[in-house]
Design a protein. Structure first.
Length: 344
């Protein structure tokens, strides 16, 4: 019989993206410990999974910061509070216990008990939309990719990018200076990307720096997981092959709320309504912060999620501390907080 691991903590956070990570900091300032559950195999959410090397321009005090650097900074900031991560796991169920606490189960058979749950799951579990190509699984992770985690991996390679949205155009332009050859494939000559990016791509094509084909990727050719060519089916004419070491397929993401939809919360179009005082859901002791929640005037910004995490932490405090109210302190002037942070 499998040994089921059981844990007990102050707060369970579902989602280890930037907002979930910053929630650890705000909770930690108030002496509340957190366990985080995330389906990905590393912290950081979409910042780490989809655009680790893409710049973000609207984080306060950082004119520019890469997605992975933001995650690294947040991990450094929460280090004093020793969060426990349950990575590569999906939260599958929530039960209200007789003692008033919540018990969460994961698909790996773990259970975590806490008086507070914070849902910081972004848009839910996200999966890339895959091209309907025979045998594509054989190439995934070696020469077919749905995200760019290391730009240097594509240096001096023959790269084909398929797609017509922001991700496809952004990475076409980002990788263009380092690849051996760049080919962009899209089924039509119209794009769902920023006009400036489309104009830059067209200029690069006109200058002979890259190639654009209007059509669809129809077949993968290679062996042992390594591509050597792809077949393109144009809108008109016969299919033809393009030499290719790597295919980057940006067909968008399928966002799935998954088991969160079964937690018994009031839902509104796959979002969780909350109040703007506490960011509490329809269930007492369950909060929702970040892109997963909705309220009048909601803005889907990392900055907004940080603000929500701060208010949530003060609202969660009475659940963990027998109805007591948290004392407000500034990190700049409180020696107690500075001691917690290791900077006293």
């Amino acid at each position: 019989m499998t040994n089921i691991q059981k844990h007990k903590t102050d707060v369970i956070i579902v989602g280890a993206g930037p907002v979930g990570l910053f929630a650890v900091f705000e909770l930690g300032l108030l002496d509340m410990k957190a366990h985080l559950v995330d389906i990905l195999d590393k912290p950081g959410g979409q910042c780490a999974e989809l655009y680790p090397e893409k710049p973000i321009y609207d984080i306060p005090a950082y004119p520019t910061i890469m997605g992975q650097e933001l995650v690294d900074r947040l991990m450094e900031q929460i280090e004093p509070f020793d969060p426990v991560f349950h990575l590569g796991q999906m939260a599958t169920g929530v039960t209200k216990l007789e003692n008033g606490n919540w018990e969460m189960t994961t698909d790996q058979g773990e259970t975590i008990e806490a008086p507070v749950i914070v849902i910081a799951a972004g848009g839910g579990s996200f999966m890339p939309k895959k091209p309907p190509l025979a045998g594509i699984e054989d190439y995934e992770g070696t020469s077919v990719y749905y995200a760019v985690r290391e730009k240097e991996k594509f240096r001096d390679r023959n790269v084909v990018i398929s797609g017509g949205g922001d991700s496809a155009l952004d990475w076409t332009l980002e990788l263009l200076p380092i690849v051996r050859s760049m080919t962009l494939v899209h089924r039509r000559d119209e794009f769902r990307a920023a006009p400036d990016s489309v104009n830059k791509m067209r200029t690069a094509v006109a200058e002979g720096k890259m190639i654009f084909h209007m059509g669809q990727v129809a077949e993968l050719k290679g062996e042992d997981g390594q591509l050597n060519a792809i077949t393109i089916k144009p809108k008109e004419g016969e299919p033809f092959d393009v030499p290719c070491d790597d295919l980057l397929a940006f067909y968008g993401l399928t966002m799935k709320l998954g088991p969160i939809a079964e937690f018994g919360l009031n839902m509104d179009k796959n979002l969780i309504p909350v109040d703007t005082e506490k960011f509490e859901t329809s269930e007492k002791g369950i909060f929702a912060i970040g892109d997963i929640n909705t309220y009048p005037g909601k803005q889907k910004l990392i900055l907004s999620g940080f603000h929500e995490a701060a208010l949530m932490a003060h609202a969660a405090y009475p659940y963990v501390n027998e109805g007591k109210t948290a004392r407000f302190q500034y990190t700049t002037s409180s020696s107690a907080l500075q001691e917690k942070l290791g900077v006293a």
